[in-house]
Design a protein around this ligand. Sequence first.
Ligand code: NAD
Length: 270
Amino acid sequence: MTKVVIVGAAGRMGRTLVRCIREGAVPDVVLVGAVDLWDCPDLGRDAGRVAGVDEVGVPIGCDLAAVAPQADVVVDFSSHHGSTGNSSRCAEWGRPMVIGTTGLSADEQAEVGAAARRIPIVMSANMSLGVNLLLSLLERAAVALRDRGYDVEIVERHHRQKRDAPSGTALMLGAAVAAGFGRRLEEVAVYGRRGMSDGSRPGGEIGFHAMRGGDIVGDHTVLFAGMGELLEFTHRATGRETFAIGALRAAAWAKDRAPGLYSMRDVLGV
Ligand code: NAD
């Protein structure tokens, strides 16, 4: 059995996680705590009710320290500063973590990395099986198409409330292509295009384009555009359950691991 505390419990992902636990989507995972911000309107309410399912007997609180001792794993889908601070606190308490939050700065990622020297942390901008499989397919495609005149552009679409752009998933997909091309993403990434250019697109460049609107859960397309052909890889999330189920599987996997920073590809073996 894996006992989890969810941080960001009143949010879109938090509610999906609670619902998936309530419905037994991943066997032997139980909810022992739910945490959100002190000014969250759902504070004190049952996490199951907030998630739109039956009561789970766990009220949403705002003090992680009060519930973490009962947890095997803390699952955090809150905010970049929230998850970063919580990683240091969980390291002090010896509590493994799963972090799904995106938009962490390089300094914040370094802080999570430091915490992972003391506890196991599974961190991924995308917990779905499909996207993690896509990462390895893209690496293979990039190795095969490297230096053969294929231009790569990544287009992502998300709901209007998403804060970070491009999405963490788009950046992961870009990093997989860059790795296949034998480059580092920072050297080849271009974010958006406007105005005049000299009409010669540098080979090896990876362009990112972000769209925001409505309630789109998350669409990503990676294009390899060659002369006379276009190869496209598309992943479309049609619900948040795929991320939640991945995160809960990661929690069960992380529970008894040695300290370290792990990815979803480690968890899923893809
Ligand atoms: P959301 O805004 O709906 O929910 C976030 C919740 O966290 C809110 O209820 C907010 O009040 C709470 N929160 C913020 N800071 C907090 C803190 N310091 N302590 C406790 N609670 C805090 O957002 P969302 O759509 O649920 O997404 C949350 C994060 O997860 C985002 O970074 C998003 O990009 C990421 N995400 C990751 C995956 C994945 O598979 N890894 C999938 C979807 C979303």
